[in-house]
Design a protein around this ligand. Structure first.
Ligand code: CA
Length: 224
């Protein structure tokens, strides 16, 4: 994942770039709007963090120009806390989300993950991890080329785990993304479905790939 950070204030730029790099993102920095436009038209970034207040072209103008140039990279605007007009203007100019300054690293990272995820969801019908392949359009799942028959719920559960793989999907997130609002959180339905999915995609022929992360959730991971 490669991210473009557009920020003229050194201190903020350093802090943001460091936080992203520590979380395994590749990061490029542009210190002006003009430079950002140039870089974003040369490289296909997974996400752009764009400060509103820049010397020369403003973040809003940069955003508008990128969208006019049909560059649809997800954009997270960094705005001043008090200025609601700035946020509205940013969203109108084509930004996907905004974050008000000052912000906590954890929130920045969460917003970036959400943006990147949205982009992955748009990227195509096939999700892959290790030897598992899930085709959203054809509603088909294969492991090592062999078709595996899944129910709709099992399919949705695997789809969600694949969208996060190899990261952990928390139980809460799974419930939010796979079940509707009528889900009774007191039941052990998630566990039941995870076990069924395990039997179907691993069984006796394949290695274990769905792991339980105790107290948190589940993840897809290939054994080391
Ligand atoms: Ca600035």
């Amino acid at each position: 994942m490669r991210i473009l950070v557009v920020e003229d204030e050194r201190r903020v730029a350093n802090f943001v770039c460091r936080a992203l790099r520590e979380n395994a993102y590749a990061v490029d920095l542009a210190e002006s709007g003009e430079k950002a436009l140039e870089m974003a038209s040369e490289t296909s970034y997974d996400s752009i963090l764009l400060d509103v207040r820049l010397p020369g072209l403003s973040g809003i103008q940069v955003c508008r120009e990128l969208r006019d140039a049909r560059i649809d990279t997800p954009i997270l605007m960094l705005t001043a806390r008090s200025l609601i007009e700035q946020r509205v203007e940013g969203l109108d100019a084509g930004a996907d989300d905004y974050l008000t300054k000052p912000f906590a690293v954890a929130e920045l990272l969460a917003r970036v993950r959400a943006l990147v995820r949205r982009r992955l969801n748009k990227s195509g019908p096939v999700l892959r991890y290790a030897d598992i392949e899930l085709d959203r359009h054809r509603r088909r799942v294969t492991r090592s080329g062999q078709t595996i028959a899944l129910t709709a719920k099992e399919f949705a559960l695997l789809e969600f785990l694949l969208s996060r793989a190899p990261d952990v999907a928390s139980r809460t997130e799974i419930v939010e993304h796979v079940w509707d609002t009528h889900f009774d959180s007191e039941t052990n339905l998630v566990e039941v479905y995870i076990n069924r999915l395990r039997q179907k995609i691993s069984g006796e022929r394949h290695s274990k790939i769905i792991h339980t992360v105790h107290g948190v959730g589940y993840c897809l991971k290939v054994a080391e």
